[in-house]
Design a protein around this ligand. Structure first.
Ligand SMILES: NC(=O)c1ccc[n+]([C@@H]2O[C@H](COP(=O)([O-])OP(=O)(O)OC[C@H]3O[C@@H](n4cnc5c(N)ncnc54)[C@H](O)[C@@H]3O)[C@@H](O)[C@H]2O)c1
Length: 327
């Protein structure tokens, strides 16, 4: 079994690559290292340092490959509003480049990294996969467009696929050796860790007047190790002939911003300052997944879903790696 992992040097991709290697799968990573890190990869993994936009390199990387895990993307929703052309190019156009190369190379298994952002403001929670798809920013639109293209390629060219819609990826490898290292830090738990480590003065809470019990937004945080495990489950599912499918990946439990801050204060033992700010445009009030389908059809069960575990693993990484991978 040889698997191509696009974006395999990134936060979630590299966690998955390490699991694949541990499971004895041969892995080829295609990554332009725009936000990824070679130090995140296990020794001996083949790295094709190239952009997905480079069709010739993508074709070459597909040689002898049985399945593709497609993580590579631009991921910050806020940036997608001010720089949509980069997101449409990188997320959607480059996905088409990959799909074309897969069709031409006869590679017919794909696991795609999608996002809860395809749902926009949900009518109700927990959100099931059948909820209306109404993204509220270009990031979510580019991911939804990619999902639609994958569906069309599946029907016409037999690309068998699993689409995984992640909720809020969080945490770090339980070893403390690997974790998120994004130049532009926007994830709440990462920002709490930065504040606890004294690398920023305070944490901003955007909006305290939402219709939630404590007035702050509610999200479903899912451990990066649990996300990685779902990809191995998805590969097994496709290998066993499972039909094309879409799965939400979340814990099914919502935590408010204030819950996360309180947990971070407790886990780190640092009472970092919190500043209340006005709402950010486009932030949905509550995003919580129903992952019952992934549980029933993939046999996927999060094992590190407890918020204190997620924050504790994040803290181990951030405390011991003040400069991330230091590259
Ligand atoms: N982090 C989250 O909370 C979250 C939530 C939902 C979905 N996702 C999705 O999961 C995937 C991985 O996210 P992440 O948090 O690991 O991000 P990341 O930025 O850490 O990883 C993305 C990787 O893709 C690479 N890459 C980007 N553009 C490329 C290109 N054109 N060619 C080759 N490589 C390229 C980057 O160098 C990086 O290694 C993305 O598709 C993202 O949309 C992430």
């Amino acid at each position: 079994m040889r698997t191509l992992v696009t974006g395999g040097a990134g936060y979630i991709g590299s966690q998955t690559v390490r699991d694949l290697v541990t499971a004895g799968t041969e892995v080829v990573v295609l990554d332009d290292l725009s936000t990824g890190h070679t130090a995140a990869l296990p020794d001996g993994v083949a790295l094709v340092q190239a952009s997905l936009a480079d069709a010739a390199s993508v074709r070459a990387a597909l040689d002898g490959v049985d399945a593709v895990l497609h993580f590579a993307a631009s991921i910050e929703a806020g940036e997608s509003v001010t720089d949509p052309r980069r997101f449409w190019r990188n997320n959607t156009a480059n996905t088409l480049t990959l799909l074309d190369a897969m069709v031409d190379s006869g590679v017919h298994r794909l696991v795609f990294s999608s996002t809860a952002a395809v749902y926009g403001n949900p009518e109700s929670v927990p959100i099931t996969e059948d909820a209306p798809l109404r993204p509220t920013n270009p990031y979510g639109q580019t991911k939804l467009a990619s999902e639609m293209a994958i569906g069309d390629y599946a029907r016409a060219y037999g690309i068998r696929h699993v689409i995984l819609r992640y909720f809020n990826a969080a945490g770090a490898d339980p070893s403390g050796l690997h974790g998120p290292d994004h130049h532009h830090k926007t994830h709440l738990i990462t920002l709490c860790m930065e504040a606890a480590a004294g690398r920023v003065d305070s944490l901003s809470v955007f909006g305290t007047d939402y219709p939630t019990p404590d007035g702050t937004c509610i999200r479903d945080y899912i451990h990066v190790a649990d996300l990685a495990a779902a990809h191995l489950d998805a590969l097994r599912y496709l290998g066993a002939g499972g039909p094309d499918a879409v799965f939400n990946l979340g814990n099914g439990t919502g935590h408010s911003v204030r819950d996360v801050v309180a947990c971070a204060h407790e886990v780190t033992g640092v009472d970092f300052a919190v500043v209340e700010a006005s709402r950010r445009e486009g932030d949905p009030t509550e995003l919580v997944a129903s992952s019952e389908r992934a549980s029933a059809q993939l046999g996927w069960r999060p094992t590190r879903g407890d918020l204190a575990t997620i924050v504790g693993d994040a803290w181990r990484w951030h405390e011991s790696h003040p400069r991330g991978y230091g590259e």
